[in-house]
Design a protein around this ligand. Structure first.
Ligand SMILES: NC(=O)c1ccc[n+]([C@@H]2O[C@H](COP(=O)([O-])OP(=O)(O)OC[C@H]3O[C@@H](n4cnc5c(N)ncnc54)[C@H](OP(=O)(O)O)[C@@H]3O)[C@@H](O)[C@H]2O)c1
Length: 291
């Protein structure tokens, strides 16, 4: 990974931290994204100390706000000529009370789907400058519990923390598949989504209540962050990925996406809704050209 520049979102904890650590150990220049400046500085020191790699840089942005996503993208575009690997890893599950982002969107969908969609679009030219650019989206098997509805995308009529999370993770997978389709003019680029396992991280803390309690009780039986990060690290660093761009991975192997909402038509519709809600048209011509 020497001379590769990898950007890992949500690198201050759990799976993202281990992904960043191992990419740094492989010699990559690593940009750590997180929302908390102090945590970022501590993480930077830890990774530099543990790997001996001093090329660890920071990017602070709270992905609940699209303004912050735009500022972070400006910083990336100003500071780097190319990004070889983007790991869209930042994400969370929230509790039983529906919350809204500063832009007016249901907060789980805003953080887990709309922000990575916008961020990927806004730094896309930098990824396209790589001769082997990869966009890796950390999704989840929780997508099976999704119950999405384009008529109620913001979940005003029907909200639960787990359903919002499931929807957001299904959107990560749908985004990846549709992105691969739109990358036909970019043979140098590929994209994958993945499920990391059920991993003992800080992930459930923001959910509070029963979800957090159950997650804490089962913690001793869950996968470690070290194991949970393996598929992200593999997709970011393997010389060749023997699967089609757009594939969904579990345990470093392509896996089937099982949800009736996962259709070509809905993937296109999700893309268009995401463009509209973020105000960021993204590879729109690619579809018009390919019909
Ligand atoms: N753990 C699991 O069992 C599991 C299973 C399937 C999929 N996943 C996915 O794996 C990814 C990583 O989760 P994890 O389990 O490693 O959880 P984690 O330990 O809580 O790490 C999540 C990371 O995302 C960051 N983040 C959260 N909200 C953010 C925001 N608004 N703006 C910017 N950054 C934000 C966190 O920052 P802070 O450090 O400041 O909190 C942290 O760096 C997520 O996308 C999650 O959906 C996890």
């Amino acid at each position: 990974m020497k001379n590769k520049i990898c950007l890992v979102t949500g690198a201050t904890s759990g799976i993202g931290y281990i992904t960043a650590l191992e990419l740094a150990r492989k010699g990559a220049v690593v940009i750590l994204h997180g929302r908390n400046e102090k945590k970022l500085q501590v993480t930077q020191k830890q990774i530099a100390k543990e790997t001996g790699n001093s090329h660890i840089y920071l990017l602070q942005a709270d992905f609940s706000s699209l303004d912050e996503v735009r500022k972070a993208a400006d910083q990336v575009n100003n500071d780097y000529k190319q990004i070889d690997v983007l790991v869209n890893n930042a994400g969370l599950i929230l509790g039983s009370k529906r919350q809204v982002s500063p832009d007016g969107y249901e907060l789980t969908i805003a953080i887990n789907h709309l922000s990575p969609f916008a961020f990927t679009k806004l730094i896309f030219d930098r990824i396209a400058a790589s001769d082997d650019g990869r966009i890796i989206n950390v999704a989840s098997e929780a997508h099976r519990a999704a119950g999405p509805d384009f008529e109620d995308f913001n979940m005003e009529q029907s909200y639960s923390g787990f359903k919002a999370y499931g929807n957001s993770k299904l959107y990560n997978i749908m985004f990846t598949t549709e992105l691969a389709k739109r990358l036909t003019d970019y043979p140098n680029l590929s994209t994958y989504s993945l499920h990391p396992g059920t991993v003992a991280t800080n992930f459930s803390a923001s959910a509070g209540g029963l979800t957090n309690l159950v997650f804490k009780l089962f913690r001793p039986f869950l996968t470690s962050s070290e194991k949970g990060a393996q598929t992200s690290i593999y997709l970011a660093s393997a010389n060749e990925i023997p699967a089609r761009s757009g594939s969904y991975f579990i345990n470093k192997k392509p896996a089937k996406v099982k949800h009736k909402f996962y259709t070509e038509e809905n993937n296109v519709k999700l893309w268009e809704v995401s463009e509209m809600l973020t105000g960021e048209p993204f590879l729109s011509d690619a579809v018009k050209v390919s019909g």
